[in-house]
Structure formats: structure tokens, C-alpha cells
Write a protein that binds this ligand. Sequence first.
Ligand code: GDP
Length: 327
Amino acid sequence: MKKALITGITGQDGSYLAAFLLKKGYKVFGLTRQENAAVALNKIPHLADQITLIKGDLLDQNTLFSALEEAQPDEIYNLGAHSFVQTSWNHAVLTAELTAVSVTKIIDTALKVCPKSRFYQASSSELFGKVKVGPQNEETGFYPRSPYGVAKLYGHWITVNFRESFNYHASSGIMFNHESPLRGLEYVTRKISHTVALIKNGQASELRLGNIEGRRDWGFAGDYVEAMWLMLQQEKADDYVVATGETHSVKDFLDLAFGRVNLDWKEYVKTDPALYRPIELGPLVGDFSKAKKILGWTPKVGFKELVYMMVDRDMELVTTGIQNVSR
Ligand code: GDP
């Protein structure tokens, strides 16, 4: 039985990845600071008893050492990070320590404890930032535009450097935005789908947003965790862009989300200057042809299907009064 250790198991991607690996017959370990397993795994409560949680903190290398000793993983998926772009401005130092330096801590520890393990680093399209050319691929230059993007850039390059210097099997997935019903409510997609459900159910009357002209390449998180796993099944570690190749605006998302419940977003959406970003990114759209060619990966869920999936799930949560809405 293969063993995998996931950092960031309490998040959206950690939850989908844990479910995916369990289905493949893995023994799954999750590193978390959270004491309470029910809280830590509240996005996948039905799988909680199949996952072994190990208490640890990405900031504290001693706990990483004990975690890797205990799990002796074949595969390590580093998904833990301070991941919300907007608030990374208010927590720039913590973001650097958690999202950047901790990558070195975990690889350095893995080389000592389980040097034969394979490592996945969750990189991000935020690396591209102020980009002029599109679509972006593995050769496109990086120009991050937030403390989060800068920290992820460090994580990406340190992964490449450990791979090239020590022949460690470390891959970096440059993932464009990926969403799901398990996305946190602070992200624009889930903020919209959840508020649409509240409005439809008479529990909210408006939706306040920032820049609705903002564009992203949005895919489905469930598809993206498969790409992570595929990277670690290759003989040779490498870097891959994972994306849909399509770009949509927040407005496009609004059209579909409100349309799903027969409402017109123009009657409910108010733009609020306080929600604008200090700087926006270039038009992000990914070219996933390398992942397609080498990993055989393509996204399965399209944009419309994704929006409908999120709105339908939030309608279910709101109408049944379920409180777990994935903060
Ligand atoms: P990320 O910044 O790409 O990680 O993802 P977000 O979901 O936070 O933001 C995606 C886009 O939506 C950006 O262009 C934001 O400026 C835009 N946006 C507009 N209104 C909002 C809002 O109320 N919340 C968030 N999070 N983003 C918003």
C-alpha cells in the first residue's frame, strides 16, 4: 500500500486529493495544526476515519521531521500555504514564512528522512502576475504581483533547485485557479455561488463585489488533483502548467450563476471600491499542452458545468440549513 502525506489537507485541494488517493488505495496522512479531527476534515467528514492526521506546523521543522518519520511517505503533496491573495498584503511576513520558506523546510527534511519520496509543490498562476503574453506556459516569464505570488515563486524555484541539485523527485504544478463547492467563501466564485443561493432563498438582498471585469482561467479542483498525482507517477519529475485554456470574466460567472436560478445579476450586484485589489493581474490563461502530452491530462469539467455545480450545491446547503459552508 502506497503512503502519501498531504500538507494543507483541511483545504479544498487537500480534501479532493485525499478522497482521490483513498480511492486509489493509498494510506493517507494529513499534516495539520488543528487538534480536532472533525473540524480539520469538515469538508470530507465521510472520509475522516480513513485519514491519519499528524499534528504539525509548516513553520516548525521539528514537527515536519516527526511527521515524515511517522508517515514514511512514498509521496508528499505540499498544498499548505497562506493562500488568499488579497489578505497576503496584510500578512506579508507570515506569507513568506509559510508559503515560501516552509517549502525548503519540508524538502530538506524529506531528503533526510525519506529521500526516496516524491514531492509535489503546489505552484500557482499567480507566478505569472503582470503578464503581457497569453496563453502562459512553462516557458513564460514570471512577474508576481502580490506577497502570495512572490512567496509561491520562491517555493517553485526551490523545488526546481532541489530537483536539479540532488536529483530529488520534486515536481511543481503551476495551477491556474481551480474552484469547487468546497472553495472558501472569500474567493469570488464561491462568494457568488453562495450569495446567489442566499438571495434565491430570501436570506440576502445584494452581492457586493470588487472588479467584475477581472478575468481568470477557472477549472474544477477535482480535475486538478488528478494532475498532481499524475506528476508523481512519472519517471522524471518536472514542472507543468495545469489549466483549462479558457479565460472568463467575473461577469461571465455572474451571468451563469444568477441565470441558473432564473435571476438577473444586474438587479443584485453592487460594486464596492473597498473590494478592489491594489493591483490586478494580466489576463491569465494557461496553455496545458505539456500536461496533456506527457501526463495525458485534460480538464473534464467545463466552465458552465463548474458554475452550475457550485450554485446547485450552495442551493442545497442553504435550503437544508446546513451550516458547513467551507470558510
Ligand atoms: P485569486 O485572486 O485569483 O486567487 O482569486 P479570487 O477568487 O480571490 O479573485 C478572482 C478575481 O475576482 C480577481 O480579479 C478579483 O479582483 C475579482 N473579484 C471581484 N470581486 C471580488 C470579491 O468580492 N472577492 C474576491 N475574492 N475577488 C473579487
